[in-house]
Design a protein around this ligand. Structure first.
Ligand code: HEC
Ligand code: HEC
Ligand code: HEC
Length: 323
Protein backbone atom coordinates (compact mmCIF):
# COMPACT_ATOMS: atom_id res chain seq x y z
CA UNK A 1 0.00 0.00 0.00
CA UNK A 2 1.29 3.47 -0.84
CA UNK A 3 0.51 6.40 1.39
CA UNK A 4 3.49 8.52 0.52
CA UNK A 5 3.39 10.46 -2.68
CA UNK A 6 5.99 9.59 -5.31
CA UNK A 7 9.16 11.63 -5.04
CA UNK A 8 8.54 15.05 -6.46
CA UNK A 9 4.75 14.87 -6.17
CA UNK A 10 3.15 17.69 -4.27
CA UNK A 11 0.19 15.90 -2.64
CA UNK A 12 0.77 15.16 1.04
CA UNK A 13 -0.13 11.69 2.27
CA UNK A 14 -3.78 11.17 3.22
CA UNK A 15 -3.92 10.96 7.02
CA UNK A 16 -7.44 9.60 7.12
CA UNK A 17 -6.62 6.79 4.69
CA UNK A 18 -3.63 5.83 6.82
CA UNK A 19 -5.80 5.85 9.93
CA UNK A 20 -8.40 3.59 8.34
CA UNK A 21 -5.78 1.16 7.07
CA UNK A 22 -3.43 1.07 10.06
CA UNK A 23 -5.15 2.26 13.20
CA UNK A 24 -8.90 1.77 13.06
CA UNK A 25 -8.78 -1.98 13.69
CA UNK A 26 -7.78 -1.16 17.26
CA UNK A 27 -8.83 2.44 17.86
CA UNK A 28 -12.02 2.16 15.72
CA UNK A 29 -13.06 4.43 12.87
CA UNK A 30 -14.94 6.52 15.44
CA UNK A 31 -11.72 7.05 17.41
CA UNK A 32 -13.57 5.83 20.49
CA UNK A 33 -11.41 2.77 21.05
CA UNK A 34 -12.69 -0.59 22.16
CA UNK A 35 -11.87 -2.91 25.05
CA UNK A 36 -8.09 -2.78 25.58
CA UNK A 37 -7.64 -0.11 22.89
CA UNK A 38 -7.90 3.42 24.21
CA UNK A 39 -9.95 6.19 22.62
CA UNK A 40 -8.15 8.84 20.59
CA UNK A 41 -11.25 11.04 20.23
CA UNK A 42 -11.53 13.42 23.18
CA UNK A 43 -8.16 12.16 24.48
CA UNK A 44 -6.15 15.07 25.91
CA UNK A 45 -2.84 13.26 25.21
CA UNK A 46 -3.73 13.34 21.53
CA UNK A 47 -4.69 17.02 21.44
CA UNK A 48 -1.93 18.26 23.80
CA UNK A 49 -0.10 21.32 22.52
CA UNK A 50 3.21 19.71 23.48
CA UNK A 51 3.31 16.98 20.83
CA UNK A 52 6.60 15.32 21.85
CA UNK A 53 5.03 12.41 23.73
CA UNK A 54 2.43 11.84 21.02
CA UNK A 55 5.02 11.67 18.23
CA UNK A 56 7.23 9.40 20.34
CA UNK A 57 4.29 7.04 20.92
CA UNK A 58 3.75 6.69 17.17
CA UNK A 59 7.43 6.29 16.30
CA UNK A 60 8.37 3.84 19.03
CA UNK A 61 5.07 2.40 20.18
CA UNK A 62 4.30 2.07 23.84
CA UNK A 63 3.18 -0.58 26.25
CA UNK A 64 2.39 -0.74 29.88
CA UNK A 65 -0.06 0.87 32.17
CA UNK A 66 -1.54 4.19 31.11
CA UNK A 67 -4.63 5.94 32.40
CA UNK A 68 -6.73 7.65 29.74
CA UNK A 69 -9.94 9.50 30.58
CA UNK A 70 -10.11 7.70 33.90
CA UNK A 71 -9.63 4.19 32.51
CA UNK A 72 -6.52 2.09 32.99
CA UNK A 73 -5.08 0.46 29.86
CA UNK A 74 -2.22 -1.94 29.73
CA UNK A 75 -1.82 -3.06 26.19
CA UNK A 76 0.74 -2.68 23.50
CA UNK A 77 0.70 -0.07 20.76
CA UNK A 78 2.94 -1.02 17.82
CA UNK A 79 5.90 1.12 16.69
CA UNK A 80 5.36 2.70 13.26
CA UNK A 81 8.79 4.13 12.45
CA UNK A 82 9.68 1.29 10.08
CA UNK A 83 6.28 1.04 8.41
CA UNK A 84 5.27 4.64 7.97
CA UNK A 85 7.42 7.48 6.68
CA UNK A 86 7.83 10.64 8.76
CA UNK A 87 5.40 12.33 6.34
CA UNK A 88 2.85 9.53 6.88
CA UNK A 89 3.17 9.81 10.66
CA UNK A 90 2.72 13.58 10.47
CA UNK A 91 -0.38 13.10 8.29
CA UNK A 92 -2.04 10.47 10.48
CA UNK A 93 -1.36 12.49 13.63
CA UNK A 94 -2.69 15.61 11.98
CA UNK A 95 -5.80 13.59 11.19
CA UNK A 96 -6.34 12.20 14.69
CA UNK A 97 -5.77 15.65 16.17
CA UNK A 98 -8.51 17.17 14.03
CA UNK A 99 -11.00 14.31 13.51
CA UNK A 100 -14.15 13.63 15.56
CA UNK A 101 -14.37 16.26 18.29
CA UNK A 102 -10.59 16.84 18.38
CA UNK A 103 -9.41 20.30 17.37
CA UNK A 104 -5.64 20.57 17.68
CA UNK A 105 -2.98 21.99 15.42
CA UNK A 106 -1.42 19.89 12.70
CA UNK A 107 1.95 18.16 13.00
CA UNK A 108 4.64 18.62 10.38
CA UNK A 109 7.00 16.12 8.87
CA UNK A 110 9.88 18.15 10.35
CA UNK A 111 8.53 17.71 13.86
CA UNK A 112 8.43 13.96 13.32
CA UNK A 113 11.90 13.96 11.77
CA UNK A 114 13.30 15.86 14.76
CA UNK A 115 11.75 13.38 17.18
CA UNK A 116 13.00 10.48 15.07
CA UNK A 117 16.59 11.77 14.99
CA UNK A 118 17.76 10.10 18.23
CA UNK A 119 16.95 6.75 16.64
CA UNK A 120 18.89 7.55 13.50
CA UNK A 121 21.80 8.44 15.79
CA UNK A 122 22.00 4.88 17.05
CA UNK A 123 24.94 2.96 15.64
CA UNK A 124 22.69 0.78 13.49
CA UNK A 125 20.77 3.76 12.13
CA UNK A 126 23.94 5.70 11.37
CA UNK A 127 25.50 2.71 9.67
CA UNK A 128 22.43 2.28 7.49
CA UNK A 129 22.44 5.98 6.63
CA UNK A 130 26.15 6.56 6.10
CA UNK A 131 28.00 3.33 5.45
CA UNK A 132 25.67 0.70 4.02
CA UNK A 133 25.70 2.02 0.43
CA UNK A 134 29.36 1.08 0.16
CA UNK A 135 29.89 -1.62 2.79
CA UNK A 136 26.52 -3.35 2.30
CA UNK A 137 23.63 -3.47 4.77
CA UNK A 138 25.01 -6.69 6.24
CA UNK A 139 28.61 -5.44 6.31
CA UNK A 140 29.41 -7.94 3.55
CA UNK A 141 31.15 -5.35 1.38
CA UNK A 142 30.35 -4.50 -2.23
CA UNK A 143 32.44 -4.51 -5.35
CA UNK A 144 35.68 -2.67 -4.52
CA UNK A 145 34.67 -2.06 -0.90
CA UNK A 146 35.93 -4.37 1.84
CA UNK A 147 33.61 -6.33 4.13
CA UNK A 148 33.38 -5.18 7.75
CA UNK A 149 31.69 -8.41 8.85
CA UNK A 150 34.29 -10.94 9.91
CA UNK A 151 37.04 -8.35 9.31
CA UNK A 152 39.90 -8.74 11.81
CA UNK A 153 40.87 -5.03 11.51
CA UNK A 154 37.38 -4.10 12.66
CA UNK A 155 37.32 -6.46 15.62
CA UNK A 156 40.96 -5.90 16.69
CA UNK A 157 41.43 -5.44 20.43
CA UNK A 158 43.31 -2.22 19.75
CA UNK A 159 40.66 0.04 18.22
CA UNK A 160 42.93 2.96 17.33
CA UNK A 161 43.46 2.12 13.71
CA UNK A 162 39.82 1.44 12.83
CA UNK A 163 38.72 4.60 14.61
CA UNK A 164 41.37 6.55 12.70
CA UNK A 165 40.08 5.04 9.43
CA UNK A 166 36.54 6.20 10.14
CA UNK A 167 37.66 9.65 11.30
CA UNK A 168 40.20 10.36 8.56
CA UNK A 169 39.21 8.04 5.77
CA UNK A 170 41.87 6.05 3.99
CA UNK A 171 43.14 5.24 0.52
CA UNK A 172 45.66 2.79 -0.82
CA UNK A 173 46.02 -0.89 -0.94
CA UNK A 174 44.24 -2.83 1.79
CA UNK A 175 44.08 -6.60 2.16
CA UNK A 176 41.07 -8.07 3.91
CA UNK A 177 40.56 -11.82 4.11
CA UNK A 178 42.96 -12.46 1.23
CA UNK A 179 41.32 -9.96 -1.14
CA UNK A 180 43.03 -6.70 -2.02
CA UNK A 181 41.13 -3.42 -2.17
CA UNK A 182 42.34 -0.17 -3.56
CA UNK A 183 39.59 2.32 -3.03
CA UNK A 184 38.86 5.44 -1.09
CA UNK A 185 37.05 5.48 2.22
CA UNK A 186 35.71 8.98 2.86
CA UNK A 187 36.68 10.97 5.91
CA UNK A 188 33.90 11.48 8.46
CA UNK A 189 35.74 14.15 10.39
CA UNK A 190 33.47 17.12 10.89
CA UNK A 191 30.50 15.21 9.48
CA UNK A 192 29.94 12.89 12.41
CA UNK A 193 30.44 13.78 16.06
CA UNK A 194 32.77 11.69 18.22
CA UNK A 195 29.66 10.26 19.89
CA UNK A 196 28.25 9.21 16.51
CA UNK A 197 31.55 7.64 15.46
CA UNK A 198 31.68 5.74 18.76
CA UNK A 199 28.12 4.51 18.14
CA UNK A 200 28.93 3.35 14.60
CA UNK A 201 32.22 1.73 15.62
CA UNK A 202 30.46 -0.05 18.48
CA UNK A 203 27.80 -1.22 16.04
CA UNK A 204 30.19 -2.60 13.41
CA UNK A 205 32.31 -4.34 16.07
CA UNK A 206 29.26 -6.14 17.47
CA UNK A 207 27.02 -6.61 14.43
CA UNK A 208 26.63 -9.68 12.21
CA UNK A 209 29.27 -12.25 13.19
CA UNK A 210 31.50 -9.67 14.85
CA UNK A 211 31.72 -9.99 18.61
CA UNK A 212 34.12 -7.30 19.81
CA UNK A 213 33.65 -4.87 22.66
CA UNK A 214 32.30 -1.37 22.19
CA UNK A 215 34.15 1.88 21.63
CA UNK A 216 33.70 4.94 23.83
CA UNK A 217 33.44 8.56 22.82
CA UNK A 218 36.67 9.16 24.79
CA UNK A 219 38.52 6.59 22.66
CA UNK A 220 37.33 8.37 19.54
CA UNK A 221 38.38 11.75 20.93
CA UNK A 222 41.82 10.30 21.76
CA UNK A 223 42.36 8.44 18.49
CA UNK A 224 40.65 10.86 16.13
CA UNK A 225 42.20 14.29 16.48
CA UNK A 226 45.60 12.77 17.23
CA UNK A 227 45.73 11.07 13.86
CA UNK A 228 44.07 13.96 12.06
CA UNK A 229 46.64 16.41 13.33
CA UNK A 230 49.50 14.08 12.39
CA UNK A 231 48.34 14.24 8.75
CA UNK A 232 48.02 18.01 8.91
CA UNK A 233 51.31 18.31 10.77
CA UNK A 234 53.27 16.49 8.08
CA UNK A 235 51.77 18.71 5.37
CA UNK A 236 52.63 21.74 7.45
CA UNK A 237 56.20 20.54 7.94
CA UNK A 238 56.63 19.98 4.19
CA UNK A 239 54.86 23.05 2.81
CA UNK A 240 54.54 25.81 5.35
CA UNK A 241 57.48 25.85 7.79
CA UNK A 242 59.86 27.58 5.35
CA UNK A 243 57.91 30.76 5.93
CA UNK A 244 55.75 30.31 9.03
CA UNK A 245 58.34 28.24 10.98
CA UNK A 246 57.78 24.94 12.77
CA UNK A 247 56.92 26.91 15.88
CA UNK A 248 54.16 28.81 14.04
CA UNK A 249 55.84 32.02 15.14
CA UNK A 250 56.44 33.29 11.60
CA UNK A 251 59.51 35.38 10.84
CA UNK A 252 61.29 37.29 8.11
CA UNK A 253 61.15 40.43 10.20
CA UNK A 254 57.34 40.40 10.19
CA UNK A 255 56.87 39.44 6.52
CA UNK A 256 55.67 35.95 7.40
CA UNK A 257 52.89 36.24 9.95
CA UNK A 258 52.74 34.15 13.10
CA UNK A 259 49.98 31.53 12.96
CA UNK A 260 50.30 30.75 16.69
CA UNK A 261 47.88 32.87 18.72
CA UNK A 262 46.69 34.50 15.52
CA UNK A 263 43.06 35.63 15.86
CA UNK A 264 42.37 35.03 12.15
CA UNK A 265 43.58 31.45 12.47
CA UNK A 266 41.48 30.92 15.59
CA UNK A 267 38.37 32.63 14.20
CA UNK A 268 35.14 30.65 14.52
CA UNK A 269 34.54 31.16 10.79
CA UNK A 270 37.59 29.86 8.90
CA UNK A 271 36.45 31.29 5.53
CA UNK A 272 38.94 34.21 5.44
CA UNK A 273 42.02 32.06 6.15
CA UNK A 274 40.78 29.34 3.79
CA UNK A 275 40.45 32.00 1.10
CA UNK A 276 44.04 33.16 1.77
CA UNK A 277 45.30 29.59 1.58
CA UNK A 278 43.33 28.69 -1.54
CA UNK A 279 44.05 31.86 -3.49
CA UNK A 280 47.26 33.09 -1.92
CA UNK A 281 47.84 36.67 -0.85
CA UNK A 282 50.93 38.70 -1.56
CA UNK A 283 53.93 36.50 -0.82
CA UNK A 284 51.70 33.70 0.48
CA UNK A 285 51.38 31.15 -2.34
CA UNK A 286 48.06 29.83 -3.60
CA UNK A 287 47.66 26.18 -2.59
CA UNK A 288 44.72 25.44 -4.81
CA UNK A 289 45.72 22.69 -7.23
CA UNK A 290 48.82 21.89 -5.17
CA UNK A 291 47.03 20.49 -2.15
CA UNK A 292 43.73 18.61 -2.27
CA UNK A 293 40.76 19.98 -0.34
CA UNK A 294 41.24 17.12 2.13
CA UNK A 295 44.89 18.09 2.67
CA UNK A 296 44.02 21.75 3.12
CA UNK A 297 41.33 20.73 5.63
CA UNK A 298 43.92 18.64 7.47
CA UNK A 299 46.64 21.32 7.54
CA UNK A 300 44.19 24.03 8.61
CA UNK A 301 42.79 21.74 11.30
CA UNK A 302 46.39 21.30 12.41
CA UNK A 303 47.26 25.02 12.55
CA UNK A 304 43.98 25.66 14.39
CA UNK A 305 44.97 23.20 17.14
CA UNK A 306 48.79 23.55 17.35
CA UNK A 307 50.90 25.89 19.50
CA UNK A 308 48.07 26.72 21.91
CA UNK A 309 45.56 27.53 19.15
CA UNK A 310 42.11 26.21 19.95
CA UNK A 311 39.64 26.32 17.10
CA UNK A 312 37.31 23.78 15.54
CA UNK A 313 38.22 21.30 12.85
CA UNK A 314 37.86 22.33 9.24
CA UNK A 315 36.24 19.85 6.89
CA UNK A 316 36.95 19.06 3.29
CA UNK A 317 33.52 20.38 2.31
CA UNK A 318 34.27 23.74 3.97
CA UNK A 319 37.40 23.95 1.83
CA UNK A 320 35.55 22.93 -1.33
CA UNK A 321 32.97 25.64 -0.68
CA UNK A 322 35.58 28.43 -1.00
CA UNK A 323 34.97 30.30 -4.25
C1 HEC B 1 -2.75 -3.53 17.46
C2 HEC B 1 -3.61 -2.47 18.04
C3 HEC B 1 -3.20 -1.03 17.75
C4 HEC B 1 -2.98 -0.42 16.54
C5 HEC B 1 -3.00 -1.06 15.15
C6 HEC B 1 -2.72 0.97 16.82
N1 HEC B 1 -2.75 1.18 18.17
FE1 HEC B 1 -2.50 2.95 19.09
N2 HEC B 1 -2.61 2.03 20.91
C7 HEC B 1 -2.91 0.69 21.10
C8 HEC B 1 -2.87 0.40 22.52
C9 HEC B 1 -3.13 -0.96 23.16
C10 HEC B 1 -2.53 1.60 23.17
C11 HEC B 1 -2.30 1.79 24.68
C12 HEC B 1 -0.89 1.35 24.99
C13 HEC B 1 -0.58 1.24 26.48
O1 HEC B 1 -1.39 0.66 27.19
O2 HEC B 1 0.49 1.72 26.88
C14 HEC B 1 -2.38 2.60 22.13
C15 HEC B 1 -2.04 3.92 22.34
C16 HEC B 1 -2.05 4.89 21.36
C17 HEC B 1 -1.82 6.29 21.61
C18 HEC B 1 -1.48 6.91 22.97
C19 HEC B 1 -2.73 7.45 23.60
C20 HEC B 1 -2.38 8.18 24.88
O3 HEC B 1 -3.32 8.63 25.53
O4 HEC B 1 -1.20 8.34 25.22
C21 HEC B 1 -1.91 6.94 20.41
C22 HEC B 1 -1.77 8.42 20.16
C23 HEC B 1 -2.19 5.94 19.42
N3 HEC B 1 -2.26 4.71 20.03
C24 HEC B 1 -2.36 6.21 18.06
C25 HEC B 1 -2.38 5.23 17.10
C26 HEC B 1 -2.31 5.50 15.67
C27 HEC B 1 -2.28 6.88 15.05
C28 HEC B 1 -2.28 4.29 15.05
C29 HEC B 1 -2.14 4.01 13.60
C30 HEC B 1 -0.93 4.49 12.93
C31 HEC B 1 -2.38 3.28 16.09
N4 HEC B 1 -2.42 3.88 17.30
C32 HEC B 1 -2.45 1.92 15.85
C33 HEC B 1 -3.18 -0.22 20.12
C34 HEC B 1 -3.04 -0.02 18.76
C1 HEC C 1 31.91 5.80 -0.62
C2 HEC C 1 32.07 4.46 -0.12
C3 HEC C 1 32.30 4.26 1.38
C4 HEC C 1 31.53 4.71 2.41
C5 HEC C 1 30.29 5.59 2.35
C6 HEC C 1 32.12 4.17 3.61
N1 HEC C 1 33.22 3.43 3.31
FE1 HEC C 1 34.44 2.46 4.63
N2 HEC C 1 35.68 1.95 3.12
C7 HEC C 1 35.47 2.18 1.78
C8 HEC C 1 36.59 1.68 1.00
C9 HEC C 1 36.73 1.74 -0.51
C10 HEC C 1 37.50 1.15 1.93
C11 HEC C 1 38.87 0.56 1.61
C12 HEC C 1 39.85 1.71 1.46
C13 HEC C 1 41.22 1.29 0.97
O1 HEC C 1 41.27 0.48 0.04
O2 HEC C 1 42.20 1.78 1.52
C14 HEC C 1 36.89 1.32 3.25
C15 HEC C 1 37.48 0.91 4.43
C16 HEC C 1 36.86 0.94 5.67
C17 HEC C 1 37.41 0.41 6.89
C18 HEC C 1 38.78 -0.26 7.03
C19 HEC C 1 38.65 -1.75 6.94
C20 HEC C 1 39.97 -2.42 7.20
O3 HEC C 1 40.02 -3.64 6.99
O4 HEC C 1 40.93 -1.78 7.63
C21 HEC C 1 36.50 0.62 7.89
C22 HEC C 1 36.64 0.23 9.34
C23 HEC C 1 35.39 1.31 7.28
N3 HEC C 1 35.63 1.49 5.94
C24 HEC C 1 34.26 1.70 7.98
C25 HEC C 1 33.28 2.53 7.44
C26 HEC C 1 32.22 3.13 8.20
C27 HEC C 1 31.98 2.90 9.67
C28 HEC C 1 31.50 3.91 7.34
C29 HEC C 1 30.33 4.82 7.65
C30 HEC C 1 30.55 5.84 8.61
C31 HEC C 1 32.10 3.77 6.04
N4 HEC C 1 33.17 2.94 6.13
C32 HEC C 1 31.62 4.40 4.89
C33 HEC C 1 34.37 2.81 1.23
C34 HEC C 1 33.36 3.46 1.96
C1 HEC D 1 56.56 31.51 0.70
C2 HEC D 1 56.17 31.78 2.05
C3 HEC D 1 54.91 31.12 2.57
C4 HEC D 1 54.58 29.81 2.58
C5 HEC D 1 55.37 28.64 2.02
C6 HEC D 1 53.29 29.71 3.26
N1 HEC D 1 52.88 30.95 3.62
FE1 HEC D 1 51.16 31.36 4.59
N2 HEC D 1 51.55 33.35 4.45
C7 HEC D 1 52.69 33.89 3.91
C8 HEC D 1 52.58 35.34 3.93
C9 HEC D 1 53.62 36.33 3.44
C10 HEC D 1 51.30 35.62 4.50
C11 HEC D 1 50.70 37.00 4.72
C12 HEC D 1 49.87 37.35 3.49
C13 HEC D 1 49.32 38.78 3.56
O1 HEC D 1 48.51 39.01 4.48
O2 HEC D 1 49.69 39.56 2.73
C14 HEC D 1 50.70 34.36 4.80
C15 HEC D 1 49.43 34.22 5.38
C16 HEC D 1 48.92 33.02 5.82
C17 HEC D 1 47.69 32.89 6.57
C18 HEC D 1 46.77 34.04 6.97
C19 HEC D 1 47.16 34.60 8.27
C20 HEC D 1 46.25 35.74 8.69
O3 HEC D 1 46.54 36.33 9.73
O4 HEC D 1 45.25 36.00 8.00
C21 HEC D 1 47.53 31.57 6.83
C22 HEC D 1 46.39 30.95 7.62
C23 HEC D 1 48.65 30.88 6.24
N3 HEC D 1 49.46 31.79 5.62
C24 HEC D 1 48.81 29.51 6.28
C25 HEC D 1 49.78 28.85 5.53
C26 HEC D 1 49.81 27.42 5.38
C27 HEC D 1 48.81 26.45 6.03
C28 HEC D 1 50.86 27.15 4.59
C29 HEC D 1 51.30 25.79 4.08
C30 HEC D 1 50.30 25.05 3.33
C31 HEC D 1 51.49 28.39 4.24
N4 HEC D 1 50.78 29.42 4.81
C32 HEC D 1 52.62 28.53 3.47
C33 HEC D 1 53.77 33.20 3.42
C34 HEC D 1 53.82 31.84 3.23
Amino acid sequence: MHFSPQAGAATPPDGKAIFVAKCSACHQATGLGNGPYPPLAGNPDVTASDTAALITTLLHGRSGPITILGHAYSGSMPAWRDQLSNADIAAVLTYVRSAWTNKAASITEDQVAAAAAPVAASGAGLFAAKCATCHGAGGQGTSGVPPLDGNADVTAADTKSMIATIVNGRTGSLTVGGATFNGKMPTWKGQLSNADIAAIATFVRGAWDNKASGVTEQQVAAAGPGVASSVGQSIYAAKCTACHQATGKGGGGGIFPALANNPHVNAADPTPILTTIEHGKGVMPSWKGQLSAADIAAVVTYIRSAWGNKADVVTESMVSAIK
